[in-house]
Ligand binder design. Structure first.
Ligand code: SF4
Length: 362
């Protein structure tokens, strides 16, 4: 039986809570639901809800965005990207093109798309053109891309892969001296694909309570109650609070497609550095569709921009949950949704954008 948000709030308020307890979520959908429903204010003050690495656009490394802009401007191609990415700025002089959106305004053929299917349609409709699909996303985005690859792509469709796995970022935090959270609200979407067991390491290796949540306030509060009880009783386990959708083993077909087409590689995260085994790259069988191999000059030029971040941008620390969006010095001043300095203010899954949309001001 599904209980109401009020039911869970009452149960949480009745718990003997410690002075301070920090719960991290790693999903933009979770953060949006928490912020829009006002859960932070509704929960007892000791409970801190921390947005963590849950936005794939926010972690897309600067060099990959440079590369996409460079290809769009300098090669005779069509550049496709999910819409959020178009406005993410990179750090070049004000006179230069700073985003895919500006490249498009300058005449480059940059087109926003919503699904891999659209990429295939465009490539088929324009067979004389080289079409480069810039893929930034977590497991849930990369699984349909894997399906597209396995089905057979048109020869003129290339991929610039910037896919990432979620759990290695959580693992990196937990391996660090100060993880910054006491329990994990694990992402429902990722678990749907990869299986609930994806998060078992949080409990087994780190003895940190974890609960998988869906996207409604009720589901998030049920997961919150679960991890709080685990903490209080000192009895960490992985609780699946989204069992109607998340199953053990996840989606075996999607996982098989991922394994067939994409290799898991060490990969850079924006402003964070390389996280071992955290990226998806095309397997060698698909080299002829790999934009990095087709345009090696753009790849080497892009590498020169590693670590270049717009001045004042604190997105990396926001993504890692080390600071809250309001702690960034330029939140709401230099950086707003109309004038974004970092990706967290651009993407619908970015914590800064979500906090701004829910009315959070300094
Ligand atoms: Fe990044 Fe802007 Fe958020 Fe600061 S306010 S963390 S620069 S998106």
């Amino acid at each position: 039986m599904m209980h109401s948000a009020q039911h869970w709030l009452e149960k949480i308020r009745a718990l003997p809570l410690p002075e301070r307890v920090r719960l991290m979520n790693v999903c933009g959908g979770h953060e949006r639901s928490i912020s829009m429903a006002g859960l932070r204010k509704a929960l007892p003050g000791q409970i801190e809800l921390i947005p963590g690495p849950g936005c794939p656009v926010c972690v897309c490394p600067e060099q990959d965005i440079y590369q996409a802009i460079h290809l769009a401007l300098n090669e005779d191609i069509v550049l496709l990207s999910f819409g959020d990415m178009l406005r993410v700025p990179v750090n070049v002089s004000k006179k230069a093109i700073r985003s895919l959106e500006q490249a498009k305004a300058a005449g480059a053929d940059v087109r926003p798309i919503a699904s891999p299917l659209e990429a295939v349609k465009i490539a088929r409709a324009e067979p004389h053109k080289t079409v480069v699909f810039f893929v930034a996303g977590f497991e849930t985005t990369c699984a349909p891309v894997a399906g597209m690859i396995a089905e057979g792509m048109p020869d003129n469709l290339l991929l610039l892969m910037s896919g990432r796995l979620t759990w290695p970022a959580v693992s990196m935090l937990l391996e660090s001296e100060q993880p910054g959270f006491d329990a994990l609200i694990a992402p429902g979407h990722v678990s749907t694909v990869m299986g609930s067991e994806e998060w078992q390491f949080v409990v087994d290796k780190h003895q940190i309570p974890a609960a998988i949540a869906g996207f409604t306030p009720e589901s998030l509060l049920a997961a919150t109650y679960s991890v709080l009880r685990q903490l209080i009783e000192n009895r960490p386990f992985l609780d699946n609070c989204y069992p109607e959708v998340v199953k053990p083993n996840g989606n075996p077909k999607a996982k098989a497609l991922l394994a067939q087409t994409l290799a898991v590689v060490d990969a850079p995260w924006r402003g964070i550095g390389v996280i071992p085994a955290s990226g998806f790259e095309l397997k060698p069988d698909y080299d002829s569709h790999n934009a990095r191999l087709r345009f090696p000059d753009a790849s080497s030029q892009a590498r020169e921009h590693v670590g270049e971040m717009p001045p004042g941008c604190d997105c990396a620390r926001v993504v890692l949950g080390k600071i809250k969006p309001l702690d960034c010095r330029i939140y709401g001043t230099a950086c707003t949704p109309r004038t974004p300095v970092g990706p967290c203010m651009v993407s619908d899954e970015g914590a800064c954008r979500i906090w701004w949309a829910s009315g959070m001001r300094k």
